[in-house]
Design a protein around this ligand. Structure first.
Ligand code: SAM
Length: 330
């Protein structure tokens, strides 16, 4: 499937729940959350029907996200059903890792071998603070278990926040030296209930790279050399086992290579993370729509994809996206 700008759209990110066992202050702060009712969230059978149609139309990659996907009951059985979809070449998972030690083996056996783990601090107290109660040791146990079982690649994603984790950049880089992980720094995006000021708390990637280069020798990898880089710019650390990466959705758009569509937990197809236009599949499914209607709606969503989003560094204070990342699926 191609959009209006001739980009091939073959990657679907699926948020299976808006619920999460953490309350990261920039993502889903405890105060002011309004959770959807169970009836407003897509049932697993509905997700399978949508993904099956999307794959028939040309999607080859699916990433499961949320909210926190591991908190939804029946998650492992759901993955096993997804695996049965003919033509779906790749299924991956994004998790905060809190429940990973418990579920990693089941996830691996059900057929997911690629995993992204979100981790914004390697300091116990800071992690507790930013996540509003999260236990860093549980995440580290989850990461260790994933490594032991053989997940590959294992990507560790840290949102770079000035005044919070800028003093940990070298500690994160060391993780990529010691372990075969891809440690990625992601720019903070001004969206939803994000209560950080994207102007004040924004930490430019050039500074991150400078900090790491002060201690380690970095070698930029060509996209095809790095394992599944996606929109990240990836560097190998000389003498290290892993890689570090930088994802800059605001300061350097990667819209021209965007190949994705998002399915929100409440059944909307969202054409661009930072644009509000969505197509309501939940409503169509609850009215028992035919496959032909489902196909038409998926194609419509693809045609909604804008050439690019409008956020740049000059208007970092503006929120152009009103839904939380946990609803849309980060
Ligand atoms: N619970 C899972 C997790 O923690 O990975 C999946 C959902 S979470 C919304 C996905 C990712 O979105 C996390 O890495 C989180 O840090 C990131 N995220 C949330 N809000 C963000 C924002 N305003 N800017 C940048 N990244 C954000």
């Amino acid at each position: 499937m191609f959009d209006k700008f001739d980009r091939e759209i073959n990657y679907l990110r699926v948020s299976i729940t808006d619920r999460c066992n953490l309350h990261c202050s920039y993502c889903r702060p405890k105060e002011g959350i309004s959770l959807k009712g169970h009836d407003d969230i897509l049932r697993y059978e509905e997700i399978i029907r949508i993904v099956s149609m999307a794959v028939k139309l040309g999607m080859i990659k699916v990433r499961i996200t949320g909210g926190e996907p591991l908190v939804r009951r029946g998650f492992i059985e759901f993955i096993a059903e997804l695996k049965k979809i003919n033509g779906l070449q790749d299924i991956s998972l994004t998790t905060n890792g809190i429940l990973l030690a418990q579920y990693a083996q089941g996830i691996f056996d059900a057929g997911i071998h690629r995993i992204n783990i979100s981790l914004d601090s390697l300091d116990k107290e800071k992690y507790f603070h930013i996540t509003n109660g999260g236990n860093l040791d549980a995440v580290l146990r989850g990461i260790a278990k994933a490594e032991e079982i053989g997940f590959s690649p294992i990507k560790i994603n840290a949102v770079a926040i000035k005044g919070f984790n800028d003093d940990e950049v070298l500690a994160f880089a060391k993780l990529a030296v010691d372990k075969p992980f891809q440690v990625r720094f992601i720019e903070l995006m001004p969206m939803g209930q994000c209560n950080l000021d994207h102007g004040e708390d924004y930490f430019p990637m050039t500074q991150l790279i400078q900090k790491i280069s002060s201690k380690y020798e970095l070698e930029q990898l060509k996209v095809k050399k790095s394992k599944s880089a996606g929109p990240a710019t990836i560097f190998r650390i000389k003498g290290g086992r892993g890689e570090v990466g930088f994802i800059n959705p605001v300061s350097s758009h990667f819209c021209s290579t965007c190949n994705r569509l998002r399915l929100t937990a409440d059944g909307r197809l969202r054409a661009c993370l930072l644009k509000e236009e969505e197509i309501d599949l939940k409503k169509a499914l609850s009215e028992n729509c035919s496959d032909a209607v489902l196909e038409r709606l998926i194609r419509e969503a693809i045609l909604l994809k804008p050439k690019h989003h409008d956020l740049d560094c000059s208007d970092r204070h503006l929120k152009k996206c009103h839904r939380d990342m946990s609803e849309i699926g980060g």
